[in-house]
Write a protein that binds this ligand. Structure first.
Ligand code: NI
Length: 174
């Protein structure tokens, strides 16, 4: 297992659409392990393969309370089949958009069809935090980010701030 670098905005890869997996092989299993390790290392509760620069429709989640036992779930080729009319709002952050939190309204409940790490087709009805996280991560697979619904002005300001933090070297006088 290895911890991967997480890419951040304005990296254009984040806007790309990830490709479906045809067969769950050793590469996919290793990628899932790496995604979990990277996610836990970054204190995130969800991570999509595209966020480590790999355009495959794979994502991992663990929305369990940190004090509880870990509850890792991996999703391959997830498809949302049904959503509720009822919505919920969370203030969402994203490992690819550091230090930014945006209130997002999403369907409260969603039903997802996916393939698990053993290549088995599964269905899951998700509610609450799990539902919101899953929808956030599936958006990543389609190249969508939580800043996409903001005005261009606000979005540009956030990206500018993040880019500046990334590139500003330490100033020293010697
Ligand atoms: Ni994210």
């Amino acid at each position: 297992m290895s911890i991967k670098d997480i890419i951040t905005v304005p990296d254009e890869t984040l806007k790309k659409i990830s490709s479906p997996i045809e067969k769950v092989g050793q590469n996919e299993k290793k990628l899932i392990k790496d995604l979990f390790e990277t996610m836990y290392h970054s204190n995130g509760i969800g991570l999509a393969a595209v966020q480590v620069g790999i355009l495959k429709r794979i994502l991992v989640l663990d929305v369990s309370n940190k004090k509880d036992q870990k509850k890792p779930i991996s999703f391959i080729n997830p498809i949302i089949k049904r959503v509720s009319n009822e919505t919920s709002i969370y203030e969402e952050g994203c490992l690819s958009i550091p230090d930014t939190f945006i209130e997002i309204e999403r369907p409260k409940i969603c039903e997802v069809e996916y393939i698990d790490i053993d290549g088995k087709k599964r269905n899951l009805k998700c509610d609450g935090l799990l539902s919101t996280c899953l929808q956030h991560e599936i958006n990543h697979l389609d190249g969508k980010l939580i800043i996409d619904n903001l005005s261009k002005l606000k979005r540009d300001l956030i990206i500018k701030k993040i880019s500046k933090n990334k590139k500003d070297p330490d100033r020293i006088i010697v």
